[in-house]
Write a protein that binds this ligand. Structure first.
Ligand code: GLY
Ligand code: MN
Ligand code: MN
Length: 471
């Protein structure tokens, strides 16, 4: 995080004249410009409901939450800023440096959002001297009134934050991104972090619409990527496919919700092949795990494994069929009243059975599933799903007991993603299966009667995938 206040002086430029004539010249004769807070329809009222939901658990308590700051890459360059997910859930605001204060009022809470003000022409010299805030450098930004209207929330300038924080009680609960002005006054509250994860477990209608949009854009992104297999084989390799998806994600969403995985041939069995720097060769299976993050920051998380020439080899198909069987069995466990653990246990048991059928594992299912066994994890090191929302691994702070064992409620959204990963140098695997990696990952919404596969537009079975590639 960059120091505050930030005082970078760029030695490459000529110093500015310290004269009134220069200041007047720089500040004057600028016409009006359009300002707009970029907030999706319905986002303000969704955030209002989220604050009320969280606040119910903390009557009489003051809550603060920070959006965070861009991380420095080097010197005066930064990584792209991405606001803290808890903060976004509470505000629907993505402004860097913003801080939310919720103070007890009646049975609930009042909310005030402290926001950085853009420095426009005529405000002060920072308009042209400050590369971080000056509009001559960063372009026109929404003003406080624009944000207040768009979010239907009281908004105050960030400059008033220190005094406001000084007036808050010492037992104020802090959440969100690390923020020095909060950290020096209030301890980060683990209780609040858990409550935020718990409150985010069940998505409301507005959030579900965001997730649908993210998944739909992701399915379209898979089409864009599979249309590029010939180019990937000819000259671009995994990089070409990664970049194709990411261009699509940036165009139709905010970007990607996590590091894209494109693993072709012997890279497919590597769970986190985010290097995406290898070739794509005829005969390869290519595993693509990619998600569009919507502009509201809700993300999809989808995986399919494709034969780049359009047809699975018999060995590839055998593995794909077994993963498909595990995937369908695990998805059948997703519904109201079932637990995350039901899904995970079924997925692992099905994978253990598959490993038996392939002659790779000889231990019993019970032994493999026991805490001291876990032999299948050599071939499936990861979990088999997770909650999904503003974070790809959503609601992660809710605690193992609740995450695993609490009955799933309608409105929960989770991935199911079993796989089999046979590394090229794994001597426990029959030679014809070495180097094959398959994952099938879908995004499921729990409904009152069962579940809906949000990513159902993508085929699950090998024949369906071959048909998708022919289209
Ligand atoms: N790509 C991250 C995940 O599947 O969880
Ligand atoms: Mn996932
Ligand atoms: Mn994934």
């Amino acid at each position: 995080m960059r120091p505050e206040p930030f005082a970078f002086r760029d030695p490459r430029t000529q110093p500015l004249p310290d004269t009134d004539a220069f200041r007047v010249y720089m500040a004057g004769d600028w016409g009006p410009i359009e300002r707009r807070a970029d907030v999706a329809a319905g986002a303000g009222s969704a955030a209002r409901a989220h604050r009320a939901k969280l606040g119910e658990g903390f009557p009489g308590r003051t809550i603060v939450a920070a959006a965070g700051r861009a991380h420095v890459c080097s010197n005066d360059t930064e990584f792209p800023f991405r606001a803290d997910s808890d903060f976004v859930w509470l505000t629907s605001c993505q402004a860097e440096g913003a801080v939310l204060v919720m103070t007890p009022a009646g049975a609930g809470h009042d909310a005030t959002l402290f926001l950085p003000e853009p420095v426009a022409a005529g405000d002060d010299d920072a308009f042209y001297t400050d590369p971080l805030r000056g509009e001559l450098w960063i372009g026109p930004a929404a003003g406080l009134a624009d944000w207040a209207t768009a979010l239907d929330l009281e908004v105050r300038p960030l400059g008033a934050l220190e005094d406001a924080l000084d007036a808050l009680p010492a037992d104020t609960l802090a959440a969100g991104a690390p923020e020095p002005r909060l950290a020096e006054r209030f301890a980060a509250s683990a209780e609040l972090a858990v409550a935020l994860s718990a409150a985010r477990l069940v998505k409301d209608e507005w959030e579900i619409a965001q997730l649908r949009a993210a998944v739909d854009a992701t399915v379209a992104g898979f089409r864009a990527v599979t249309d590029e297999f010939a180019a990937a084989i000819e000259f671009g390799g995994e990089r070409w496919l990664q970049a194709t998806f990411e261009r699509h994600a940036r165009t139709f969403g905010n970007g990607v919700g996590y590091s894209t995985i494109v693993g072709s041939g012997p890279h497919a069995p590597t769970l986190h092949w985010t290097r995406c720097d290898g070739p794509v060769q005829p005969g390869d299976l290519v595993l693509i795990d990619a998600g569009v993050e919507a502009r509201t920051l809700y993300t999809a998380d989808v995986t399919r494994t494709f034969p780049v020439d359009g047809t699975f080899t018999p060995a590839q198909r055998t593995v794909h069929d077994l993963v498909e069987r595990a995937h369908r069995a695990a998805m059948a466990q997703v519904g109201p009243g079932r637990s995350f653990l039901d899904m995970r246990t079924t997925a692992y048991e099905s994978i253990v059975t598959a490993l038996h059928e392939l002659g790779i594992l000889t231990v019993s299912v019970d032994e493999a599933m026991s805490p001291g066994g876990q032999q299948h994890r050599r071939y499936l090191p990861s979990g088999t799903g997770h909650h999904l929302g503003l974070d790809v691994h959503d609601c992660a702070k809710v605690g193992d007991e609740r995450y695993l064992s609490e009955p799933l409620a309608p409105g929960a959204v989770l991935t199911v993603e079993p796989g089999l990963y046979f590394h090229a140098n794994d001597l426990t695997v029959p030679p014809e299966l070495r180097g094959i990696g398959v994952r099938i990952e879908d995004d499921l919404l729990v409904t009152p009667t069962g579940h809906e596969v949000l990513s159902a537009a993508l085929p699950i079975d090998a024949a369906g995938i071959e048909a998708w590639l022919r289209r």
